[in-house]
Design a protein around this ligand. Structure first.
Ligand code: ADP
Ligand code: MG
Length: 830
């Protein structure tokens, strides 16, 4: 029984593969059903009595396209499902992925039972997509699924191929252009440790888009030009169209031609089975050339190099700082991609690894460093006279690694010996005792395996529970980074009704992560009331953007009826958020005033995009963009106006495409459009960021002036000290250019102002008369009358502390709505 997971799976949009780490080497398993190919097309077909997966399923696409599904990875994490005609039922992306995973299990011919596995995901997969992938793993019967980001997998495959020989410390890029997704990551190697520093990606860009472009932009126009057809495109694309099935034939031919064009300068496509408008049978023969194809994909490839430029700018790097761009993914076979990327970036491209199996290979290397969780049960059942409990680091950069173990059972007269599998090390026979320890010398940059054997006095082997001791001295991963900021949506104290984002984890922070955040509640909850609810939203996306530009990934609701005690506005709520290496998100909340913790009521969200809602949002966003442009122009902010006007073109395209989207569209267009819409919203926010920073700064300086005046007139030493402490750091937080950060500091100053205010007699008297005026509305008139008497005598005797208490007590007697109104005006509760 092995201790480490060892199995790695690349669950690709177009192709999947499975590999295993066996004593220092990785083997990619081949498909026993398909001429020993090492990849499995991620395509599933259904018939009444059977399910087929892979190439066989792909062939079925032309016969019964409505019972065959591919590219479902693009819809991972959405609430959408695929209608399967042959079954008359629907399958979710998770169901379909689970089928692919199960099929991959049949490739394994080593007799292992697969319970633990590493599955790769694009670096740009968000939390919901990641969780869906794990769900597919569970559905396929895996008990332990660890997720690994694809660029890390590719880097591991490369580093292990190179070993120490040619590996230089420094930076490189991983460029992964597959069938459905594009991912680029900046990777750093330092002290033998590998780290993803930044990444960008597009979940809707890849080879299948090129195939579609060939069909729509080259084949159909050429056919319509040469033969007499007029509505060929709609006859093919509409589900009820005459040639709907033919669309899939064309897509396959287009892919074949595309692959041919990677080797040759032109490709012929032949298709039969059409009738033209005059009723004649027609066979098409169309030739496409490599240069036509290159023109077609140029703007898509440019968008990939733009993302790389963005990373370089972000990190203030020059092309010469990067050693090379490591090419992975089937679409990097395209010669134009290799040349163009090199030419534009002026960074050499590196095509040394097999672009279609690299990810699975890297995943297996990673799996070899991850302990299995489901071993223990099995081990416990095995009863040996001698049981060994080992302790050692599974990955090490040292020349030697300490191995220690506790032995239980009768050790009298027994011996042990540790040998390294390559024969380079041997402890010789040593007396066994209850505790042993040895320094094990490691071969650098390799997986080291040692064997511990126990012998009796006659040199017979005594059975124990020990497996091989495996220590990786190769490239260690310093952890997986999160692809986007994770934020909490909280009420904006200054703009009632609006929310803002609080940064919880910053993009590129390394998993696992945990953080607690405390903030005051924005409403009062009385126990037993089920309609008073606190809702905590967790969002993913830039924390400086407005909440609507980001994705909701889950929420938690606490309703009054779950409370043991009432909690009031302004009392503390502590939210604790954790994210595991495999992106499991958990959120708990602790309500200070009720001394109550809420756990396990967190609901992860599926992505759900109704087309109607999307249409509305796009229209709103477009209006907002127009307003911002107008506003910037009025203010003669030409730089902002210019940046916004540039977005206008993209906005118009998205608007047009959304408008023509049918309400029952089944393609992945809605998600593509939603992504584009979200990106535009983020860019609008970035472009107008300056404006918001400016406003926040102005607001800060106003408050600062007011606060200083207040302290001069009525403040104490402590308040002056706090004030000075904030102002001293002014230079730092004003240059962060984060409106939130600046706002936070303005809020702190505001807190000082309020504190002082509550000591000023005039202020207290004002509030008192204000409350007195409202006293008719108050709850318990007897109490109110009594309080007013005390208040009046306090004023007479100048007992200001007492007046303050009276004010608070009167405030509590107000009905809830008036309390809230007053609170926003003067800030009770502080
Ligand atoms: P994924 O990671 O999305 O599963 P792959 O990395 O296996 O995908 O890449 C699959 C894509 O690569 C497909 O769109 C396929 O058409 C394309 N592809 C494979 N070989 C070539 C080639 N020689 N030239 C151009 N494209 C290719
Ligand atoms: Mg891939």
């Amino acid at each position: 029984m092995e201790n480490t997971i060892n199995f790695g799976i690349d669950l690709g949009t177009t192709n999947s593969a499975i590999a295993k780490f066996i004593k220092g080497e990785v083997v990619v398993f081949t498909n026993p059903q398909d001429f020993g190919r090492s990849t499995l097309p991620s395509v599933v077909s259904f018939r009444k009595d059977k399910i087929m997966i892979g190439n066989k399923a792909k062939e079925f696409l032309e016969k019964d396209p409505k019972s065959v599904v591919g590219a479902f990875k693009r819809k991972m994490g959405t609430a959408e499902s695929f209608k399967i005609k042959a079954l008359n039922e629907t399958k979710t992306p998770v169901d379909l992925s689970a089928l692919v995973l199960k099929e991959l299990k049949t490739f394994v011919n080593t007799g292992d039972s697969l319970e633990s596995v590493v599955i790769t995901i694009p670096a740009s997969f968000d939390t919901i997509q990641s969780n869906a992938t794990k769900e597919a793993g569970a559905q396929a019967g895996f008990k332990q699924v660890i997720l690994l980001q694809e660029p890390i997998a590719a880097s591991l495959a490369y580093a292990n191929m190179k070993k120490k020989m040619d590996m230089k410390e420094g930076l490189w890029l991983v460029y992964d252009l597959g069938g459905g997704t594009f991912d680029v990551a900046l990777v750093e190697i330092k002290n033998g440790e590998m780290k993803v520093i930044d990444h960008e990606g597009n979940n809707f860009l890849g080879g299948v888009d090129f195939d579609r472009m060939i069909v729509e932009k080259l084949l159909i126009p050429k056919i319509e030009e040469e033969y007499s057809f007029s509505s060929l495109e709609s006859d093919m694309k509409s589900a009820s169209g005459k040639y709907n099935a033919k669309y899939y034939v064309l897509l396959r031919r287009a892919e074949e031609a595309k692959i041919l064009l990677s080797a040759k300068s032109s490709a012929d496509i032949v298709i039969d089975g059409f009738e033209d408008e005059r009723g004649n049978d027609v066979d098409f023969e169309v030739t496409i050339t490599r240069s036509e194809f290159n023109d077609l994909i140029k703007s898509a490839i440019d968008s990939t190099t733009d993302m790389i430029k963005k990373i370089l700018t972000n990190k203030s790097l020059k092309s010469t700082d990067i050693q090379f761009t490591l090419m992975v993914g089937g679409s990097t076979y395209i010669p134009y991609v290799r040349q163009h990327v090199q030419e534009v970036l002026q960074i050499p491209t590196n095509c040394e690894i097999d672009p279609t199996t690299a990810i699975a290979i890297g995943a297996a290397y990673y799996a070899a460093t991850k302990p299995k969780e489901f071993n223990n049960v099995v081990q416990a059942r095995k009863e040996n006279a001698i049981s060994i409990k080992p302790a050692y680091q599974k990955a090490s950069k040292e020349k030697e690694e300490l191995f220690a173990a506790r032995i239980s059972g009768n050790v009298e007269g027994l011996f042990y010996r540790i040998t390294r599998e390559d024969g380079g090390f041997d402890t010789g026979l040593k007396k066994l005792s209850e505790r042993i320890n040895e320094d094990l010398p490691l071969v650098e940059d390799a997986f080291n395996f040692f064997k511990l054997t126990v012998y009796d006095e006659l040199n017979n082997i005594v059975e124990t529970n020990m497996d091989l001791i495996g220590i990786n001295s190769g490239f260690a991963i310093s952890g997986q980074p999160i692809p986007e900021d994770i934020c909490l949506e909280v009420d904006d104290g200054d703009n009632p009704g609006q929310t803002r984002l609080l940064l919880v984890f910053q993009k590129n922070s390394v998993l696992p992560l945990k953080r607690s955040i405390t903030f005051p509640l924005n409403k009062t909850l009385s126990k037993e009331s089920s309609d008073q609810v606190i809702r905590i939203n967790i969002l993913e996306g830039p924390h400086l953007s407005p909440p609507e530009a980001n994705k909701g990934i889950g929420y938690m609701e606490i309703s009054g009826d779950k409370l043991k005690k009432d909690v009031s506005k302004g009392s503390d709520i502590e939210i604790t958020i954790t994210m595991t290496e495999s992106r499991d998100l958990s959120v708990s909340a602790y309500l200070n005033m009720a001394d109550q913790e809420f756990k396990e009521i967190f609901n992860p969200k599926k992505r759900h995009t109704s087309i109607e809602y999307l249409k509305e949002q796009v229209v709103d966003l477009s209006e907002k963009l127009d307003e911002e442009i107008e506003h910037a122009t009025e203010k003669e902010d030409y730089e902002i106006a210019g940046a916004l006007t540039k977005l206008k073109k993209e906005m118009e395209q998205v608007e047009d495409e959304t408008e023509t989207l049918a309400l029952d569209d089944e393609s992945d267009n809605r998600y593509k459009l939603e992504d584009r819409k979200r990106k535009i919203a983020q860019e609008i926010s970035a472009a107008t960021q300056n404006k918001r920073v400016q406003l926040a700064k102005e607001h800060y300086f106003e408050i600062k002036e007011e606060c200083e005046k207040m302290i001069d007139e009525n403040g104490n030493d402590y308040e002056r000290q706090v004030f000075n402490g904030i102002v001293e750091k002014e230079e730092i937080f004003l240059t962060t250019n984060s409106p939130l950060k600046i706002q936070e500091k303005a809020d702190e100053l505001d807190g000082i102002i309020r504190q002082i205010q509550w000591r000023i007699p005039e202020f207290l008297v004002d509030i008192f008369s204000w409350l007195k005026r409202d006293s008719a509305k108050m709850n318990d008139q007897n109490v109110v009358k009594y309080l007013i008497e005390i208040g009046e005598s306090a004023i007479e005797n100048q007992q200001w502390d007492r007046l303050k208490d009276v004010n608070y007590s009167l405030f509590d007697q107000l009905p809830r709505t008036s309390r809230e109104q007053l609170n926003t005006r003067i800030g009770f509760g502080s």
